[in-house]
Design a binder for this molecule. Structure first.
Ligand code: AHR
Length: 503
């Protein structure tokens, strides 16, 4: 049986675990909003039509800031359509997802839902079909207290207090040819800079996220970041990263190593941002907003092409409703490990997405809501990762992958919270055949024991939670975890993700 050795010492700090690392993303897409979080008439719906069973699951998931309303959707969105009296709101075509947007849910309703789930709002402005004026109009509507046309209009629409949105995304995936209003790095960089300056003139305290690449595998990756940041370095706080992973061609070994790609992606964007800063002689540091990440079977997605015809614009069609397996959840857990390992520079992250659409939570109209396999690594990491993220220096054998070459069998990260004295260790075993025994030197923590142990594993790596079997997969206590004489020992089953709480 292979073994791994780690060292957990609170002095080896990467950076603080910011709660924004556990953000989410809600897009007007498929059944995310309509027939997802919002289903008037459902037995569990509240007076506003929001499903209380979904609210309970989102709370349990432990999601911080939520990015809204897209995504590709935002690049064709007219925000004014979605405020004011509902009966007067127009129905619009959503070109990104070939659907009809009814605008039944807009900024006011979504903010009300956020209050119920206990999360903050991160708003994206449309820099696809629209520009600086519409962005500052939305900012005025959302954040100005009173005394101007748009802030007063907000009050007329029932909300006297500003929404006070702190984080704003300057468009979405503007490097992608699929994006409405897609443009070159130079054109986008200039537009983003102009828009950011104007937005800050209105509200200097906001945090601004400029679009990075929509994946590290875009042909313009790296150069896009360099050019865009050269235009916007002084105007923005963060640059976005997006990454989705999937098992391709039955190559589970490579898929299980997806976080190697995420690690390299983050390192490359940090290096590029710091390069631009160095060239400018700037002391300012641009952090990363990893505001779309997940496992997504894009290769299996037929796209919106399956919805054909000029007169066929369905409301809330079933789109991107991926069913996640145990293997998917193990990879998902390892992506969270990667984000924590970069807690010094990844200041914010958004799991894409939350409900029904590539989501940890699924619902059936008129029926139940349930947790997908990916729910568990997120909820446990969000709950247990506190204080500072720590480098743990894993000593472990490697295995060969087609996509990434030699990859460590085990990946891990730890956190330590000086206030409570509690620590947590998150581990993934990528071996498909062998258990790995892990020993962790925890002597720097003094007298500690295992408070909680959770391992997600199943002999069938394809096992999933579904409507007919919603509780097939869940994490189990890992009884092998124990501490003796300053050493934590735990056995990780093949293809598994584990979280341990120590204190
Ligand atoms: O999350 C689904 C889509 O993926 C988003 O709309 C887009 O930003 C990305 O390409």
């Amino acid at each position: 049986m292979p073994s791994a050795r780690l060292l957990l010492d609170p002095r080896f700090t990467v950076g603080p675990v910011r709660r924004k690392l556990f953000g989410g993303f809600v897009e007007h897409l498929g059944r995310h909003i309509y027939d997802g979080i919002y289903e008037p008439g459902h037995p569990a719906a509240d007076a506003e039509g929001f499903r209380t069973d979904v609210i309970a699951l989102v709370r349990e998931l432990g999601v911080d800031t939520i990015r809204y309303p897209g995504g590709n959707f935002v690049s064709g969105f007219r925000w004014e359509d979605s405020v004011g009296p509902r009966e007067e709101r127009p129905r619009r075509v959503d070109l990104a997802w070939h659907s009809t947007e009814t605008n039944e849910i807009g900024l006011h309703e979504f903010a009300s839902w956020l209050d119920k789930v206990g999360s903050d709002l991160m708003l994206a402005v449309n820099l696809g079909t629209r520009g600086t004026q519409e962005a500052i109009d939305l900012l005025e509507y959302a954040n100005l207290r009173a005394g101007t046309a748009l802030s007063d209009q907000r009050a007329t629409h029932g909300r006297a207090e500003p929404f006070d949105v702190r984080m704003w995304c300057l468009g979405n995936e503007m490097d992608g040819s699929w994006q409405i209003g897609h443009r070159s790095a130079d054109d986008y960089g200039k537009l983003a800079s102009r828009t950011a300056k104007a937005m800050r003139q209105l509200d200097p305290g906001i945090q601004l996220v400029v679009c990075g690449s929509s994946s590290a595998h875009m042909p313009t990756f790296g150069e896009w970041e360099r050019v865009v940041l050269t235009h916007t370095y002084d105007d923005v706080d963060l640059i976005s990263c997006h990454a989705y992973y999937e098992e391709r061609g039955g190559d589970l070994a490579s898929f299980l190593a997806s976080s190697v790609d995420m690690d390299a992606f983050i390192d490359a964007v940090v290096a590029t941002a710091d390069h631009v800063g160095a060239v400018r002689g700037s002391k300012k540091r641009i952090d990363l907003s990893f505001d779309e990440w997940n496992v997504w079977y894009i290769d299996r997605f037929e796209g919106v092409d399956k919805i054909e015809g000029i007169d066929n614009w369905p409301v809330a069609p079933r789109l991107l409703e991926d069913v996640y397996s145990v293997a998917d959840a193990v990879v998902f857990g390892s992506l969270l490990i990667s984000l924590l390992k970069h807690a010094d520079r990844v200041a914010s992250a958004s799991l894409a997405q939350l409900v029904n659409v590539i989501a940890p939570i699924m619902t059936e109209p008129g029926g139940p809501a349930w947790r997908q396999t990916t729910f568990f690594p997120f909820s446990l990491t969000s709950r247990l990762a506190r204080g500072n993220a720590l480098r743990v220096g894993v000593e472990v054998p490697t295995y060969e992958t087609t996509a990434y070459g030699e990859v460590p069998l085990v990946d891990a990260v730890a956190t330590h919270d000086a206030d409570s004295g509690r620590s947590a260790v998150f581990l993934v075993n990528r071996s498909q055949t062998e258990e790995v025994t892990v020993t962790v030197d925890v002597s720097a923590l003094g007298e500690v024991g295992v408070l909680e142990s959770h391992t997600l594993h199943d002999d069938d790596t394809g096992a999933a939670n579904t409507l007919s079997d919603p509780e097939r997969v869940r994490p189990r206590e890992n009884a092998s975890a124990s501490v003796a004489a300053g050493t934590l020992t735990v056995t990780l089953p093949p293809v598994s993700w584990t979280a341990l709480a120590l204190g």
